[in-house]
Design a protein around this ligand. Structure first.
Ligand SMILES: NC(=O)c1ccc[n+]([C@@H]2O[C@H](COP(=O)([O-])OP(=O)(O)OC[C@H]3O[C@@H](n4cnc5c(N)ncnc54)[C@H](OP(=O)(O)O)[C@@H]3O)[C@@H](O)[C@H]2O)c1
Length: 326
């Protein structure tokens, strides 16, 4: 019997419960997948807590998975039964499941040489990194960037991709172990927040010039201080809220820090068409296959322990990504 994890209500990880489900044949333009590896993302925590509300409660949860196509709906072209595909953001959350129907156009082939677990650790986080370094801000040789949560799932990919593009990164992390992990994944200067002040470190290392771009996924605890790291006319990219939603930003702050730009990108808005999605996935698989960007360290856990995976996601001890196995 197919199983899924439902979020029963907003609250702690105990809200994630295992339920038997029926998965019908795929509707027009959809495919049905037998899922083999499911990526856990911090955004799933926001859905569970209610920061990013689910469409209703109880509701399925999870945004990405890799699996095998079991059945194709009417009108689907380019995907066949037996294909190995992955998706990252495909309609409402519901990826924590053994089987699922999703819109066919949201599926991307997983190249040979990337196994299902690595695919599920790479797809959503890697597409996010692609969006951040190639499209939200075009990173080039000689640029400097601050990466918050540099030893997290997205952070380790971001550090590697920045180095690949010839940029220097300052990675902010919460422990020495994480600092070592970030450096082992291409980060040039790791800063252990708590032991050091990241603004002071960045300003000193750049001789007070500041960096071109800050990638801030931590939000509440860091966003305002991130502004002080940026050179005039540089960019603040606020793309997450792992410490809580940031306080409202006074536009005059952007002027005070030197005519800064600020954006709040979402992967869904950067993969709005099949062409955008496929181009982004192609860019990701290219850097992975070149060996320039390696998958992060992965902890696998059983799907039925999704609650445990969320506890691990939130306790800040983790390095890299978590993948659930059905
Ligand atoms: N905008 C988008 O489209 C998009 C897409 C994907 C992901 N994201 C965002 O990108 C970020 C990274 O996602 P991820 O899945 O790879 O997660 P992650 O970075 O692996 O985990 C979150 C990290 O945030 C840091 N953190 C700081 N304060 C925290 C707190 N109070 N509680 C828990 N963690 C805290 C921790 O690193 P330290 O302990 O080193 O501080 C933790 O490892 C998240 O904020 C996510 O929402 C955004």
């Amino acid at each position: 019997m197919p199983l899924a994890i439902h979020c029963a209500g907003n609250g702690g990880p105990e809200q994630l419960v295992v339920v038997p489900v029926e998965v019908s044949s795929p509707a027009r333009h959809h495919v049905r997948l037998r899922q083999t590896a499911i990526g856990v993302n911090f955004d799933d925590v926001y859905n569970r807590t209610g920061l990013y509300p689910l469409p209703s409660l109880p509701h399925g949860i999870g945004q990405e998975a890799v699996g095998v196509v079991e059945e194709v709906g009417e009108g689907v072209t380019g995907i066949q039964v037996g294909d190995r595909v992955g998706y990252a953001i495909a309609g409402a959350p519901g990826a924590y499941a053994t089987h699922r129907c999703v819109e066919a156009w949201r599926c991307v082939p997983i190249p040979r040489g990337i196994d299902d677990v690595n695919g599920a650790a790479l797809l959503l986080k890697g597409l996010t990194a692609e969006m951040l370094v190639r499209r939200v801000w075009r990173v080039g040789p000689g640029q400097r960037a601050v990466v918050h949560a540099a030893a997290g799932g997205v952070g380790l990919l971001l550090c590697q991709w920045l180095r690949h593009l010839g940029a220097q990164s300052f990675g902010v992390v919460s422990s020495r172990e994480k600092a070592e992990a970030a450096q082992a994944h291409g980060c040039h200067h790791a800063i252990v927040e708590g032991e050091e002040d990241f603004v002071a470190c960045v300003r000193a290392a750049t001789k007070d010039k500041g960096v071109d771009v800050v990638y801030d996924s931590v939000g509440l605890l860091t966003l305002m201080r991130s502004l002080a790291c940026i050179r005039p006319r540089g960019m603040l990219v606020a793309y997450g809220n792992s410490s809580g939603a940031p306080l409202p930003l006074d536009l005059l702050e952007l002027s005070r820090h030197g005519s800064l730009f600020c954006t709040r990108p979402s992967l869904s808005d950067y993969t709005r068409t099949v062409q955008e999605l496929q181009r982004a996935a192609q860019a990701l698989w290219t850097v992975v296959q070149q060996g320039a960007v390696k998958p992060p360290p992965i902890t696998t856990m059983p799907l039925i322990d999704a609650a445990g995976a969320h506890r691990f996601m939130e306790d800040r001890s983790r390095i890299g990504a978590i993948v659930l196995l059905p």
